[in-house]
Write a protein that binds this ligand. Structure first.
Ligand code: NAD
Length: 260
């Protein structure tokens, strides 16, 4: 692709999404930033991106827990950077509890944000990608899209669902120059894992660093958390020409977690 394609990255005000946005903008792609952030802070982030990378950059604070919120995000994206032909479904939330005690509203919230939003955003953007005969859908799933852990009924259900959705999108759009893939990280160094580290520190009377190693080592043979920038690099690779036959794949970046 000679001309750099516009990218929409859901949940890109923090963590993995923000790292993906930096990598995409660094490679010259116009980017749509999105996340639950105050408008003033969002505008500031947008300014930072424009100054640092000299690319088109928009910001939306649409709440994508509903279909309407997803439509709003797409409308604001088209307005700011034009029709995106790269969609990164990254926004996600977590809540942990045994299934028997899992609160109804947390179940619905996790399915809505981690799974349904990816479907609604893909459905909105696929017609444009098919018309252009080019598109990339990158779903940030999780190792929990491939294997399970206790306490994560809704999260595992949503992420396994997202892996399944990715495969269907890959099959249906294979003739249109569109690929759909899932990236399945293990532990990544982001704010999402902080409450889990703090819970272990408190429960086992450990300092935060020891709790961090305990958390990661319980699942990953390789006890280092993945840098968010590594996910950004892989997302960019999936947009490049050499990745044009990678589709329907679920790519673990998990320190060997899912190899066991
Ligand atoms: P994070 O909490 O740092 O960022 C989440 C982003 O999603 C933020 O921008 C937030 O504003 C946005 N968001 C949340 N709810 C939203 C809503 N209702 N409407 C709009 N935006 C919303 O999280 P992260 O750790 O960077 O995770 C990003 C993705 O990677 C998630 O899908 C997560 O499940 C997945 N993941 C994370 C890890 C990890 O270890 N951190 C591992 C595997 C997969």
């Amino acid at each position: 692709q000679e001309q750099k394609q516009p990218v929409l990255i859901s949940g890109s005000t923090s963590g993995i999404g923000l790292a993906i946005a930096h990598r995409m903008a660094g490679a010259g792609h116009p980017v749509m930033l999105h996340g639950l952030m105050e408008p003033a802070q969002g505008a500031q982030l947008q300014r930072q991106f424009r100054e640092k990378y000299a690319v088109e950059c928009g910001f939306s604070a649409a709440n994508i827990a509903s279909e309407e919120g997803c439509a709003q995000l797409v409308a604001e994206t088209r307005e700011a950077i034009g029709q995106p032909s790269i969609l990164v479904n990254n926004a996600g939330v977590q809540f942990t509890s045994q299934a028997q005690d899992f609160p109804t509203e947390q179940w619905h919230r996790i399915i809505a944000i981690n799974l349904s939003a990816a479907f609604f955003l893909s459905r909105e953007l696929l017609p444009g990608m098919r018309e252009n005969q080019w598109g990339r859908i990158i779903n940030i799933a999780s190792v929990h899209g491939l294997v399970a852990s206790e306490q994560k009924a809704a999260y595992c259900a949503a992420k396994h669902g997202l892996v399944g959705l990715t495969k269907v999108l890959a099959l249906e759009n294979a003739d249109f120059g569109i690929t759909a893939n899932a990236i399945c990280p293990g532990w990544v160094e982001t704010p999402l894992i902080q409450p889990q580290i703090e819970a272990i520190a408190e429960r086992e009377s450990l300092d935060l660093e020891a709790a961090r190693i305990r958390l990661i080592g319980a699942k990953q043979p390789l006890t280092r958390a993945t840098a968010p920038e590594a996910i950004g690099e892989l997302a960019l690779y999936l947009c490049g020409d050499f990745a044009n036959t990678i589709t329907g794949a679920s790519l673990p970046v998990d320190g060997g977690w899912s190899a066991q």
